[in-house]
Design a protein around this ligand. Sequence first.
Ligand code: APR
Ligand code: PHB
Length: 389
Amino acid sequence: MSTQVAIIGGGPSGLLLSQLLNRAGIETVVLERATRAHVLGRIRAGILEWGTVELLREAGVGARMDARGISHDGCYLTDEDLMVHIDFRALTGRSVMVYGQTEVTADLYSAQDALGTTILHEVSEVEIHDLDSTRSHVTFTHDGQRKRLSCLYVAGCDGFHGVSRKTIPEDRRRAFERVYPFGWLGILSETPPVHDELIYSNSPRGFALASMRSEMLVRYYVQVPLSDRVEDWSDDRFWDEFSARLPSDAAARLVTGPSIEKSIAPLRSFVSEPLRWGNLFLVGDSAHIVPPTGAKGLNLAASDVYYLHDALIRAIRGQGTTGIDGYSERALARIWKAMRFSWQMTTMLHRFDGEDAFAAQMRKATLDHLAQSETARRELAENYIGLPY
Ligand code: APR
Ligand code: PHB
């Protein structure tokens, strides 16, 4: 088999890159470890930065998002005494889109089917070779056969546990990491949202987030110890704890119901540098992980794809290698700023076991400052809606 760009991973990064490259006439093959159903069954975050919204529209996959997504002009940060509104629209002139990653992935698969691109599912034993040659190749097992895919470039869109990052020699890459001492227990429930905008609650009992997917589908989270398991949390226990962490007027409006999905996710900040190794380029979760507090995971994958698709198109069309030569540095500049924002939102809104009274005071003072300073609210808003590409 031969193609121009081999894409390892058929999640949001791989699919969006394949969509943009094929629309520009660049041939790709996507190699995905899981079945399509498994990929589409993943429940992930649901906030799209304005840059992601525009990129999806440019990729020809914005119609269903524009029809079913919900534009949000702001959100709330709260603790026991304060409910601070961050008015994105007034402070930055922009909004975000509430639209689940699952929906984005489904839209991308539909668009890829319409383009007739090549996506191989249930591939295994992927190995990447000859990255410092004019042509590289990827070997993999599919349908019980060992296969070889020749290509010009390889995009590593295979997530945190993929093979791409590990293909870069360990002594030639540098990892930066912060593992947080708690997780998020998330549920989906077919109930009306407790508020028309998101509420990030910094309660003395721990963090809670009231988000949504539609007018009748909510996505709620509570901070839990890493030792907790989903089985420890009945729906009743979740609703009681979630309600106790909300501001009282929001809790009074809470409509509870059965969970249709319940899971616990750990929180980590992670970056691996560089993003390029010869003909291999890392994209999205293969290169970086953010805690979900800042809603940056999918959005950072989108900006990586934005930079890389443009660079690969230019290189393949013979318009020079400036783009691919500068991809790692350009993408990392935006990644680190989103990393900082996500870390700051996480440390500002979560209670850390064993923290001293000073730490709690710092969180309270941060919220007090946001309540009083439009400048502070604007700084948060411009990071939340997404820094420019
Ligand atoms: N070979 C082929 N495919 C692989 C391999 C492998 N060795 N390892 C992983 N994959 C596939 C996974 O099955 C998954 O479908 O790569 C895909 C990676 O997708 P994601 O992990 O979703 O990463 P990405 O596409 O970068 O999207 C980032 O997804 O997980 C969320 O929070 C994250 O919102 C962020 C977004
Ligand atoms: C979600 O809706 O799943 C969501 C929203 C905002 C976040 C994290 C998750 O910061």
